[in-house]
Design a protein around this ligand. Sequence first.
Ligand code: ADP
Length: 178
Amino acid sequence: MANISKYKTAVYPGSFDPVTYGHLDVLKRSLSIFDKVVVAVACNKKKPYLFKQSMRIDLIDRILKEDEEIDNNRVEVIALKGLLVKYVESINAKVIIRGLRAVSDFEYELQLAITNRTLNSDIETIFMMTAEKYSFLSSTIVKEISRLGGDVSSMVPKVIASELAKIYSKGENDETLM
Ligand code: ADP
């Protein structure tokens, strides 16, 4: 079992497709505990991402630079390649951060955490609860709302809202979200 209190760096992995205020909330909470947080942006060939990995990284970088609540010296954004635990080992970190919203996240997150622990029992996954107002917010819902022309300004930073608007203004659709 890892004595995580002595470790100062945590890795926050995810798709961030795109990053939302929920992700940023978890990042800020993590920075209140750890000296440094590495945001590891995943690329899983089986997932149909809206934004390319390089774009997701670039957007997070831009948002962090503009966020006065975040000390940019304590955050690094990287492109995750291969197994997460291997990356965590490679930087001598012992902690993975994941966010929890509702009970519905629990089963998947538990499976992931146990899998990672099976691969390396020294690495602990820590779960951060998001602020209540973001507890039903997901990248998927943001994309759906934006695709249908809705206002996502309370859910994502401006730059994300405008990138989404650019993408979705190109195509018309007659689908509905209820
Ligand atoms: P993944 O594909 O790895 O689930 P996501 O970008 O969807 O990537 O999520 C990354 C992490 O951030 C997950 O642990 C997820 O539960 C968490 N997360 C996503 N949205 C929120 C939110 N609104 N509040 C708290 N945690 C969140």
